[in-house]
Structures are given as C-alpha cells and as structure tokens.
Design a protein around this ligand. Structure first.
Ligand SMILES: [Zn+2]
Length: 414
C-alpha cells in the first residue's frame, strides 16, 4: 500500500478506536428494544433507528415488506405469521465490484421474555441480542462509515455495496430468503455479522438444516365407553418419533432431532391430534434426497385410521468449503494479523443466512460480528472490546477487497 494510503488507513483505524463509547452506547440502546421475531412493534422501532444510521452512508434506503408465512399451530392447523420488513441500503450500485453486507434485526427473545435487561460489567455487556446479532449490526454500520471515509479520501470507488437487514433469520428466514435471491445478481462476495465463536474463531463450513412438522390425525372417542373406536394420535406420534430417531447414524454426520410433540387432552378422551416437530442437520446436499425419502417412507407406513400430513422442509442448504470461500477467509485472516489478532476458522452444525448466500453462488464470511457467547440464552454476553476490533477488521477487509479482489481478475489458467 502506498505511504499516503497507509497513513489514511491508520487515521481511520484510530478514529474507530475513538468511537468505542459511541458504538457501545448505540448497542445498549438497541439491545434494550425487544425485537423478538414476532414483536413487530419492537422490530419497527429498532428498524427506524437503524434506518437513520443506514441512510447517512447510503445513496438509497428501502424498507421492503415481505409476504406473511404459514406455520403449523399446536392443533395441527396452518396459521399465518406476519414478518417484519427487510431494510435495504445501497451505495454505488454501478461499481465494478459489489458486496452484500447483512445481518438480522430479530432475536430469539419474545416480547414477554424475562430477559430484557442490558447491563455492563467491565468489558462484558450482558443483554438480549448483544452478540446475536445487534453487536454485529453496530459493527456493520460503523465499518461502512469508516469505509466511506476511505472512499472519500482516496477516490477509490471500485467497490459498491448493498446492506440487507432481515427480521426473520431466527426462524430460518422463510420470508426474507426471497429478498436475498432478488439482490444476488452480480455480487462478488458477502460479509455477514453473526457473532464469531466464543474463542474468537470464525466459522468455516456449515451444515444444512431442515425443519419439519408431521401432523397426526386419529379418531377421538370416550376412553371409558368407546375406547376401541378411537385412533390414538399420541401413540402414533410416539411411533413416528421412534422411527425418526432411529434414522440417526444412517448417513455420515447427519442428525435428526425430534424436538417437540404437541397434542392430547383430558385423560378420558382418546386423543385425535398430535404434531411432531423435528430438525435435521446434514453435511452435504446429496443427503437431502435420501432424508426426504426416509421421512416419506415413515409417513407411508401409516396404520389404519391414522393420517399423517407432512409440512416444512429443508430451509438452509449446506455451506461447503470452496476455493473462493477459503480465499475470502484468508483475506479476513490476513487483515486480522495486521490488527494483531490470530484468526482461525472451524466447521459448525449451526446455520445462518451465509448458507443461503453461498447457495446463490456468493462466497461469504458470516461471522464478522462481535465476540460473545451463551447466545440464545438469558446468559448472552459480549466482549465490549470486540466492537472496535471487529469494526476495524471489517473496514480493513473492505478496503483490501476494494483494492485487490482475490482471484476475480486473474485470467483463468488454460
Ligand atoms: Zn444470529
């Protein structure tokens, strides 16, 4: 890097350092607003504050409504769920290189969750969503501010970006997945701001995931007078559960977790309805077909008088290691080194919108967010120092990619 550039970069890195308290203050405010996936009022309140910040660095911002989603309620009936808007920000849409920066606004904590309080103890911030993923949201916005300062100072306008902030990631992005695919054309790489692992590592490969519901319908009857006329949905659900559980171990690194059974009622009634809910995790897309067939076979083995109806499906394709992905991880790692951070990456069974972007052909590093832990629990926390660190890391990564895009411009070998 040229001397003048280098001093500009140093100036911006120090500026990020000096913004620590401002970033922390913003995070405390945002984490105190409950934005559970179903809390539309909270999501809209948070969204308005975030849009104000996004507007300041974007050429254009939009709040895009999405279609309501169907879900299976505890009686086995399909109900509609309204999903919050997706927020978009754009800068230099015509630039030769394009990035997507993305993270979710929603958390796993509903409006009535007992976990609402945000409190700081030294370098640790406790609170709902501080790590997953409002810390990352703050990092994304401040890194873009820093990057735009750099663009202004250097005149390097080669990299344009889109920001995608969705409100349904914690339920598998059923509505926003369409927005990702609508904005994937011509995008060279993605950065997502999920929290990194508690030890600071990035995530490499991710498994694929699917959520399914099997609605079991039997026949209600009086347990005393007409027991033998009844068809017991709970017993059938238990049999289905056993068969699903027995699939564990059939395919390499693939798990089937029966998570919940709804159903039943008074003890003097043969129950006529149950819902079996389960999740599958699998390492490669070629297992999907076999899993699918095995689930269908279990449903076809239905006994007399019982009907099984399957809902749900695979919602996050596996995110394998590819050459382009590894190259992007190495770029982030090299920038970590500049900041004195040792960055490694590890595979995980967890999924995120990075799975979706990868399936759309966009290599992406999805754990650019803050360092924290105990996510999805009332003990969620974040290391305050990581706000500055990850903002600097993202800023350096963006300018590296604006200066020299890995591989993209190298002629393909014969
Ligand atoms: Zn998350």
């Amino acid at each position: 890097m040229a001397m003048a550039l280098e001093s500009e970069v140093q100036t911006i890195l120090s500026r990020i350092e000096s913004q620590r308290d401002e970033m922390l203050y913003q995070l405390v405010l945002w984490a105190a607003i409950n934005s559970g996936t179903s809390n539309l009022a909270g999501l809209s309140q948070l969204g308005n504050l975030v849009l104000d910040q996004l507007r300041a660095v974007s050429d254009d911002v939009q709040a895009v409504p999405v279609v309501p989603q169907l879900f299976v309620d505890e009686h086995g009936d399909l109900k509609e769920r309204i999903i919050g808007d997706v927020l978009l920000g754009f800068r230099r849409v015509g630039a030769p290189r394009q990035a997507i920066l993305s993270i979710h606004l929603d958390t796993v904590y509903p409006a009535n969750s007992p976990f609402q309080l945000v409190k700081q103890e030294g370098n640790i911030l406790h609170g709902p969503g501080v790590a997953d993923a409002k810390g990352g949201l703050v990092v994304l916005l401040w890194a873009l501010k820093a990057f735009e300062d750099y663009v202004e100072a250097t005149g390097n306008t080669k990299l344009g970006w889109k920001v995608i902030l969705n409100s349904d990631e914690e339920i598998g992005s059923p509505a926003s997945r369409e927005v990702f695919s609508n904005h994937s054309d011509g995008v060279d790489f993605g950065l997502l701001f999920e929290p990194c692992l508690p030890n600071g590592s990035l995530v490499g490969q991710r498994k694929g995931s699917g959520n399914f519901e099997i609605v079991v319908r039997g026949q209600a009857a009086h347990a005393g007078r007409e027991f033998f006329k009844g068809r017991n949905a709970i017993v059938a659900a238990a049999q289905v559960t056993q068969k699903l559980h027995a699939l564990n171990g059939r395919w390499h690194d693939t798990t089937i977790n029966v998570a919940k059974i709804d159903g039943g009622g008074p003890t003097n009634v043969v129950p006529d309805t149950a819902v079996v809910r389960f999740n599958v995790r699998y390492p490669s897309a070629d297992i999907e077909g076999a899993l699918n067939a095995a689930i269908n076979r279990i449903i076809e083995e239905t006994q007399d008088g019982i009907t099984l109806i399957r809902h749900g499906g695979f919602f996050a394709p596996p995110k394998p290691m590819t050459e382009a992905y590894e190259s992007l991880l190495k770029t982030v790692q090299a920038n970590g080194k500049t900041l004195g951070i040792d960055l490694a990456w590890e595979p995980t069974g967890g999924v995120c919108d990075g799975n979706r972007l990868a399936a759309l052909g966009i290599p992406n590093v999805d754990t650019m967010g803050v360092r924290g832990g105990n996510i999805h629990s009332p003990q969620e926390y974040m290391h305050c120092d990581s706000l500055v660190q990850r903002t600097q890391l993202t800023f350096l990564t963006l300018i590296t990619l604006a200066e020299r895009f890995p591989q993209a411009e190298a002629p393909a070998p014969e």
